[in-house]
Design a protein around this ligand. Sequence first.
Ligand code: NAD
Length: 484
Amino acid sequence: MVSRVIPVDSFDLVIFGGTGDLAKRKILPGLYRRFVSGQMNAVSRIIGAARADLNDASFRETVAGAIAEFGDKSLQDPAKIAEFLARIHYVPVDATGTNGWAQLAGHMRGGVVRAFYFSVAPNLFGDIAQRLHDHAIATPTSRIVVEKPFGRDLASARALNAVLAQHFTEDQIYRIDHYLGKETVQNLMAVRFANILFEPIWKAQYIDHVQITVAETVGVEGRGAYYDTSGAMRDMVQNHLMQLLCLIAMEPPYHFDPSAVRDEKLKVIRALRPVLPDEIVRGQYRASDVDEDYITHSENEGSRTESYIALKVHVANWRWQGTPFYLRTGKKLRARTSEIAITFKQPPHAIFDDVTGWNENVLVIRLQPNEGMTLSVMIKEPGPGGMRLMNVPLDMSFAEALGAAANDVPEAYERLIMDVIRGNQTLFMRGDEVEAAWAWTDPIINGWEARGDKPKQYDAGSSGPEDALMLMHRDGRRWREISL
Ligand code: NAD
């Protein structure tokens, strides 16, 4: 199977923060892949704009270094890289001053899509938006891409939305959540809404519970000071896990278009019931033979910031009444894995005597590693000896099923950037969605801060705190193993 690459229109993409970590690790190597695939044409340009005093030649060296270090090892073709680098430019710009803006304005061309990627700290968003406006660099059809974190609570998210709204309309603003750019996440929508099979049983009547896990093996070392002001709830749940929850829980949109999809996601967020204190387990990793503790990494003795959180969440509407969503995410866990597991209820009546063990149907959507889906079903154990049952996975690994085409699946960032150029906002968060997510998150955080809750300890390299196990045990359920 060959994947279809549909080229996008010619564009000028300005990356504010083009010399930063995110640009080097994700954005620039991703754009190179799109260039190699033919999706980005040879007329389009990428213009780095940052504080460093570089020029086209020295920035091209930076980009070449980023492709060598973080790019696809199979795409290190010197001729292609040289062709790509010829599309790269650089303008030194001071986001908060006057330096560079006139030069940037002089650099822009007519007749191509103009996009501006704000890959800088959010406190610069307003300054950049203002200057793009003042120097007439942004046009009414230009697009801006903004990175997370989008606020740290409802008030700051509202303030950010208001700052951007001064110069850009909502249909020009692309708030990135790279989880939405993952192939499997979009497949979740395809599986739900392009098949008759699942949708009729996609409800509390048939689904016992849903587990969403995003487990990381890395800790906060290197960015501990920043992370300590955030924590797992703000850093992961309010955005990434919330978006996954929305895609599972939402009603079918009338059409796969940005407004319809985002309207349905918003309804889910608004339907979330406040979470009770005993439905939350926060954790912080402690030293083990795997690594040092969070306190050392965050350099904040006495920190109460959570590096792990598990929550039991209820979507209070007709479809989901009685089906809890268990969410968990953490750092320094046993394995790096992200998955959504939908556990169906048991058949209403058992006709076989031999249902001794686990006999649930579970649909597992793996985001990483090895993106794919598994549906576990009960079958008869092969061989003689009567009617014994066993639970086996029907496995669909995309890499296997799609063969060569799977190798050209764009990574999240590059797919999302191509969507920006196409002007398709379906996989981006709308301003009201982000605010609604904070409106749900704020009282939870305020609650544990007011109570003075301390996070529970868990060993670095483990599956998280013991109390998180209890969160499910109490309900007669158990977490899936965190393993590769
Ligand atoms: P970084 O510190 O590595 O880079 C910051 C960039 O901003 C640099 O290019 C710097 O020159 C530029 N910059 C800073 N002040 C400036 C000014 N006054 N004028 C012009 N340019 C200025 O940061 P990063 O890790 O690349 O993160 C960028 C944004 O992306 C942040 O909002 C961050 O939260 C978000 N983000 C980063 C990652 C990641 O993996 N690094 C992941 C998700 C979100």
